[in-house]
Design a protein around this ligand. Structure first.
Ligand code: TMP
Ligand code: ASP
Length: 238
C-alpha cells in the first residue's frame, strides 16, 4: 500500500489517498478545537493516543459484529480505513445528562438517564451542527429510512458494548459522538467511521468522577494530555 495525496484536512485529522481507491489513510493530529473551532490549541501526543484508543475500540466493535471502516493501525499516528461517503450526521449517544443536553433542557450534569438517548445533529459547521429530527433527515435526503433504522440500531448495539467495556476499566461512559459512512466500494453498506476517542466521548472516572476527556480542554481544567493518556493506560495500551 502506498500513501498518496492529501484528500481532506479536518480539525483533528487528515485523510490521505492510497494506491487503492477504496482505502484511505487517517492521520491523527495533536490539534484540538472546541465550540466549533472558536477555541484552539494543541494537546501533547493526542494524535498518538487517539489513534491507539480508536483503533482498539474499532477492533473490539468489529470483533462483535459491528461493521466499521477500520482496517489496521499503520503507525503511531496513522490508520488504514475503508473509504466512505460520510452521512452528514453526528449521532450522539447519551447515558448520563451532560454538556449541551444539560444546557438545552435545564438538567443537572450527572443525572443518569433511564435509557440511552440517541440524538442527531446535522454536520454543518456554518450552522454550528444543529440538532435535527428524523423528519429533517428524510426530507432533506441526508439518509433514507432504512439507513436511519440501521444507524440507530447500530448506535444502541455499540452503546451496549462500549458501556460494558469502559465499566470494566472503571470508566463511566457518559456520552459520545458517532459518525457513519457508506462504503465507496459498496454504497448500500453502512459502517461506523471517523473515530471514538477522548476527543469524541465524555469519560468520567467511576469512583472520583474525574473527567478523562476533551472537557478538560473545553473547560480549561488542566491535565488534558494526562487524562487522555490515562484512558489509554486503563485500556492496556501504554
Ligand atoms: P454535547 O454535549 O456538546 O452535545 O456533546 C455530546 C458528545 O459528543 C460529547 O461526548 C462530545 C461529542 N462531540 C463531538 O465529538 N464533536 C462535537 O462537535 C460535539 C459538539 C460533541
Ligand atoms: N469538535 C468541535 C470543534 O472542533 C466541538 C467540540 O468537540 O467541542 O470545535
Amino acid at each position: 500500500m502506498e500513501k498518496r495525496e492529501k484528500m481532506y484536512e479536518g480539525k483533528a485529522k487528515v485523510l490521505f489517498a492510497t494506491d487503492d481507491e477504496h482505502q484511505v489513510i487517517q492521520y491523527f493530529k495533536d490539534d484540538a478545537t472546541a465550540f466549533n473551532g472558536v477555541k484552539r490549541g494543541s494537546i501533547e501526543d493526542k494524535g498518538v493516543v487517539n489513534n491507539l484508543v480508536s483503533s482498539r475500540l474499532m477492533e473490539i466493535l468489529g470483533l462483535v459484529g459491528i461493521p466499521t471502516h477500520f482496517i489496521s493501525r499503520l503507525n503511531e499516528r496513522e490508520q488504514l480505513v475503508r473509504r466512505v461517503d460520510i452521512v452528514p450526521l453526528e449521532v450522539v449517544v447519551r447515558n448520563v445528562v451532560a454538556g449541551s443536553m444539560a444546557k438545552r433542557l435545564g438538567r443537572e450534569e450527572g443525572e443518569p438517564l433511564v435509557r440511552p438517548v440517541v440524538e442527531l445533529y446535522y454536520k454543518a459547521d456554518k450552522l454550528d451542527d444543529p440538532l435535527v429530527t428524523l423528519d429533517h433527515v428524510e426530507v432533506f435526503g441526508w439518509a433514507d429510512d432504512h439507513e436511519m433504522s440501521t444507524i440507530i440500531e447500530l448506535a444502541h448495539r455499540i452503546n451496549d458494548i462500549l458501556l460494558g467495556f469502559f465499566a470494566n476499566i472503571g470508566i463511566r461512559l457518559v456520552d459520545y459522538k458517532l459518525e457513519f459512512g457508506r462504503l465507496i466500494q459498496s454504497p448500500h453498506t453502512l459502517v461506523l467511521a471517523d473515530e471514538i476517542s477522548p476527543d469524541s466521548c465524555r469519560l468520567w472516572d467511576m469512583k472520583t468522577g474525574e473527567k478523562l476527556d476533551k472537557d478538560r480542554f473545553r473547560r480549561d481544567l488542566g491535565g488534558v494530555a494526562e487524562a487522555y493518556r490515562e484512558v489509554a493506560r486503563r485500556m492496556g495500551l501504554s
